[in-house]
Ligand binder design. Structure first.
Ligand code: C2E
Ligand code: MG
Ligand code: MG
Length: 488
């Protein structure tokens, strides 16, 4: 039987065309070689496929065990916006682009390196026996530069950039999957957080353990509400006129079983990203309202204490925020005028009309509103008046230094004046020294909050503080009100 043009492998494993007649045995061998070849190569581009690439990786990993100086690198590449090219120019052009990219990649590396197509628009390169990290970054740069040139495909000029992650054998891999996973993860990071023109990045093992830690924390956060791991701390807000406590800000803490107290700065962004913020936000609201209602009964001499609860920007995107507020007040029996909600300038900037309508409704419910961290966001002073805000909380960054820096004094003077003109009052955040406190008082700031008065306290400590305060101020021989805070 005659076989024409059937492929068989040569010594490198690459098939060759056979011309002319062969015996049946040769024919069978040729067919087997073709099958072997097909099972290790990508049919579209002719590059190594995943299977062959993994085999090569295992070989070089084995070599690192024998030779400590032996170094190799894996590049993981993914074309940017390939789907758009496929969708707009058609799959045929898309396929031709993949072939052109394959040839470009081959042209950027040495013959002993392995270029593979894992599938879709994902390619990998094994840079074998390199001298150092520079060889890997140079190859990445060559690839980046070559791919930046347009391809001419069927009369179309097609541009394609690529995102690359690089993993080095020096990290110490035992499994082919592990080095591929790290290169892939790094590529993913490049694609999602592209920093200017940077198309590649080298895997950083410390980032990996950090990322794993974050992932673990995120998993733990999902069950934290159910396990009742959240607690609220309360930081007093003190009037600069009477030096008495006018309210508390509720600040959330997470009691993690292994890590101890986790700061909201760490887990609130995570809660926002996962959507858990809505449930956590509601829990905080109800808990803070319940606590204040309890204190009102416990300390009848302080009937006008307020509680301030922070709202995240993300909570404004949920439709039932207003219902949640109503529900928390109703369940706990707290009158709405004792609840203050703290929002940040970013809430006002994003989706201003919708947010304004929600704020107006909150105000109609009788709840009061504070603008937190004022001065750190982008809200313009000129449109401040269009939002129904009761209180401006001047950010710590202005308060810190108000005793020494003239510029900060002037900023605070201006903000207090502006607030006064708009019918708002002011709270200075982060007051840490007596001098700062006096300066803020002379600048006519209404109230202050900060370590000088007290750190955020757990419920028991907050109750002790209210009781002490009551005793001190009810003493006819009391010294000036400030003495109470100075004594602590
Ligand atoms: P924030 O609302 O501006 O809260 C004030 C932060 O400043 C608190 O940090 C407080 O402990 C800290 N602080 C108070 N006085 C001083 C001071 O004199 N010096 C210094 N250096 N810091 C002071 P904390 O409790 O770590 O909270 C950080 C942020 O986390 C809060 O900033 C708020 O944005 C957010 N947060 C806290 N609790 C919640 C919550 O229940 N829900 C939401 N969405 N966010 C919350
Ligand atoms: Mg706040
Ligand atoms: Mg603040």
């Amino acid at each position: 039987m005659l076989v024409r043009g059937l492929a068989v492998g040569d010594s490198t494993g690459k098939p060759q065309r056979l011309a002319g007649s062969q015996t049946d045995i040769t024919e069978k061998k040729a067919a087997e070689a073709q099958l072997r070849y097909d099972s290790c190569h990508d049919s579209l581009t002719g590059l190594a496929n995943r299977r062959l690439f993994m085999e090569r990786l295992e070989e070089v990993i084995a070599r690192t065990a024998d030779d400590k100086n032996y170094l190799f690198a894996v590049l993981f590449l993914d074309l940017d916006r390939f789907k758009v090219i496929n969708d707009t120019l058609g799959h045929k052009i898309g396929d031709r682009l993949l072939v052109a990219v394959a040839r470009t990649l081959e042209s950027c590396v040495r013959p002993e390196d392995t270029v593979a197509r894992l599938g879709g628009d994902e390619f990998t390169v094994l840079l074998d026996n390199i001298k150092g990290i520079d060889n890997a970054t140079q190859a990445a740069e060559r690839i980046q530069n070559q791919l930046a040139l347009p391809f001419n495909i069927g009369g179309n000029e097609v541009f394609s950039t690529v995102s690359m992650g690089i993993a080095l054998s020096s990290t110490g891999y035992k499994q082919a999957e592990d080095i591929l996973r790290d290169a892939d993860m790094t590529m993913y990071g490049v694609k999602n957080h592209r920093n200017g023109g940077q198309y590649y990045q080298i895997f950083d093992p410390t980032l990996h353990s950090k990322a794993m830690g974050m992932l673990q924390l995120e998993n733990d956060l999902r069950g934290a509400l159910g396990r009742q791991e959240f607690v609220l701390c309360y930081q007093p807000i003190v009037s600069l006129k009477s030096f008495r406590i006018v309210g508390f800000e509720a600040l959330i803490r997470w009691q993690h079983k292994e890590l101890g107290l986790v700061s909201p700065v760490q887990f609130i962004p995570m809660a926002e990203a996962t959507g858990l913020i809505n449930a956590i936000g509601y829990w905080t609201l109800e808990e803070a309202c319940r606590q204040l209602k309890f204190w009102q009964k416990q300390f009848p001499g302080k009937p006008s204490l307020t509680v301030s609860v922070n709202l995240s920007t993300k909570q404004f995107t949920q439709t039932d925020l207003l219902n949640q507020i109503e529900k928390a007040l109703q369940i706990t029996g707290l009158e709405s005028r004792f609840l203050k909600l703290e929002i940040t300038e970013s809430v006002l900037v994003e989706n201003a009309d919708r947010v304004n309508a929600m704020l107006v409704k909150m105000r109609q419910m009788g709840v009061r509103l504070s603008l937190d961290d004022f001065g750190t966001g982008y809200s313009s002073l000129s449109y401040m008046h269009s939002f129904p805000i009761d209180t401006l909380k001047i950010d710590r960054s202005f308060v810190n230094g108000v005793d020494t820096e003239l510029g900060k004094i002037e900023i605070i003077r201006t903000v207090v004046g502006l607030a006064w003109n708009l019918g708002m009052d002011t709270i200075a955040e982060g007051v840490e020294t007596k001098t700062q406190m006096y300066q803020l008082k002379s600048l006519k700031c209404n109230s202050a909050q900060g370590y000088y008065f007290s750190r955020p306290l757990d419920v028991k400590a907050a109750e002790a503080l209210i009781a002490q305060e009551r005793e001190y101020f009810s003493n006819p021989n009391k010294l000036e009100g400030l003495e109470f805070w100075a004594r602590k």
